[in-house]
Design a protein around this ligand. Structure first.
Ligand SMILES: *Cc1c(COP(=O)(O)O)cnc(C)c1O
Length: 474
């Protein structure tokens, strides 16, 4: 490889240097910059839209210009004060790995396309199984997120169910075949519902079982399963998104084992899987190792850049039945071909960011991140409980706090309005970012703690921003 001083004058160096300084300045500003400026769609279009340029421009100028024009719409979502949705940041090692992945531009679809990428992904998958104490023999793949991971797990489930019913779902399709029954918690994540639609199982066909406080009613699910003659796919939650409750996964695995026609247990552990990293929280995911398939995110609590997630399936042969391709031109590698286990052919080398992240933090580093986030969430929840005008909605054991503003004399509809307005006001204030939800029909506010950098000072800012709207809103 050439020496570094030869590189600074190479044609690609100037735009990379520009991107590096923009990125460094952005990262350095994460502590102070408004978390969002909440620009309108018109403002963003005015800032960025233009006809396709007929002629080219200097790449360094291009990078610079994009940043300047787009900046009002860049959120500080990797920063420590972004509590919206379930959002992770980026560790320094993960970021460096991700940049390098772009620079070396490996195609992580086939072993032959990049033996380094394929082997790295295998190692990352094994490390993740070790981190979460999952069975070492599970097959898996890195994905673009938990939605794709849900798709992979549920595709394997569909293939298994077809087999039970005497057909090959991937080869023959579902048309004219007996129906495949899906049962799930009423708190099933919308991404999993979307996957059921994509897979031809039907968004509307899933039988929902009530989950009054976020955790599915196992007795009610048992009752439902008793009325189902054929094989069933059970979808459970390890961390539902509104407030972070867990289904009784061991209970669901028992139901799976007891179902006469056989059943499959798929668990969505997008962020909740990370509870198993902290010994004091590991009871929450107890039974997860009995799942048939498991979906999780890396861009949330692993704190690697978007987009990144992972799926595990106990029986890897099912993945190959669904996703393998036999085209002549792809044959010939000696190692593992990732694309035989996922929907894509060509894919980004996501394994590098995850490898660097896991190597730099180790098990101890991730345990510390998870425990700190959960401690921050608990401290915030205690403050909500102790603060007049605020009410905790659904106290939960992990990293999400669901709460609402309340006022004497306000009816439910007015209280809902108060809370929706409060979310807008907090976002516009810009110190912190929270998002809203609806819990048991009532508008609520959520704060999720997933960022490796969030400190108690950031929690204090969150409290200040919430207190400000609690005293002025309405
Ligand atoms: C975030 C989330 C998803 C979807 O994950 P993406 O990475 O956005 O595709 C699925 N399930 C749960 C529980 C989640 O929190």
């Amino acid at each position: 490889m050439p020496a570094p001083d030869e590189l600074t004058s190479s044609p690609g160096a100037a735009p990379l240097r520009r991107a590096h300084s923009l990125a460094s300045a952005f990262l350095a500003s994460l502590g102070e910059r408004p978390v969002s400026r909440v620009p309108s769609a018109e403002e963003m279009a005015a800032a960025l839209d233009e006809p396709l340029p007929e002629d080219g421009s200097d790449p360094a100028v291009v990078v610079d210009e994009w940043f300047r024009r787009a900046e009002p719409g860049i959120t500080a979502s990797p920063g420590p004060r972004f509590f919206g949705f379930v959002t992770g940041g980026v560790t320094p090692a993960a970021l460096a790995g991700d940049w390098l992945a772009s620079a070396i531009d490996q195609n992580a679809g086939l072993w032959a396309g990049s033996p380094a990428a394929a082997q790295t992904e295998l190692v990352v998958l094994r490390w993740l199984k070790e981190l979460f104490r999952l069975p070492s023999e599970w097959s898996g793949a890195l994905t673009s997120g938990a939605t794709m991971a849900n798709l992979i797990g549920l595709a394997a489930a569909r293939q298994w169910a077809g087999r039970q019913l005497g057909f090959d779902a991937a080869a023959d399709g579902l048309a004219g075949q007996p129906p495949i029954t899906v049962v799930a918690s009423a708190q099933i994540h919308l991404s999993a519902v979307k996957c059921l639609g994509t897979l031809g199982l039907g968004r509307r066909q899933v039988h929902l079982v009530s989950a009054p406080r976020g955790s599915v009613d196992v007795a009610a699910m048992a009752e439902l399963l008793r009325r189902i003659d054929g094989p069933a796919i059970i979808v459970g939650n390890a961390g539902e998104v509104n407030s972070g409750h867990f289904d009784d996964l061991a209970g669901l695995a028992d139901l799976r084992d007891a179902h006469p026609a056989g059943a499959w247990l798929h668990v969505d552990g997008a962020f909740g899987l990370f509870a198993s990293v902290a010994p004091r929280l590991a009871h929450l995911t107890q039974g997860i190792e009995r799942a048939d398939s498991l979906a999780a995110d890396a861009h949330k609590w692993l704190n690697v850049p978007y987009d990144s997630g992972f799926a595990f399936v106990r029986d890897g042969a099912l993945l190959r039945q669904v996703f393998a391709v036999g085209a002549a031109y792809v044959a010939g590698g000696t190692g593992w071909d990732p694309c035989m286990h996922v929907p894509e052919m060509s894919r980004r080398f996501r394994g590098l960011a995850a490898w660097c992240a896991l190597k730099a933090f180790g098990r101890a580093g991730y345990r510390a991140v998870v425990e700190r986030c959960v401690d921050n969430a608990a401290a915030f929840a205690r403050w909500v409980e102790a603060t007049p005008g605020l009410a905790l909605m659904n106290p939960a054991p992990l990293n999400i706090v669901c709460f609402r503003l309340i006022r004497d004399g306000l009816d439910e509809a007015a209280t809902d309005r108060l809370n929706r307005d409060a979310v807008d006001a907090i976002q516009r204030d810009g110190r912190v970012f929270v998002t809203g939800t609806v819990w048991h029909g009532r508008a609520a506010i959520r704060a999720a703690f997933d960022n490796w950098q969030t400190t108690s000072a950031d929690v204090a800012l969150l409290q200040a921003a919430v207190r400000a709207v609690a005293t002025t809103a309405g």
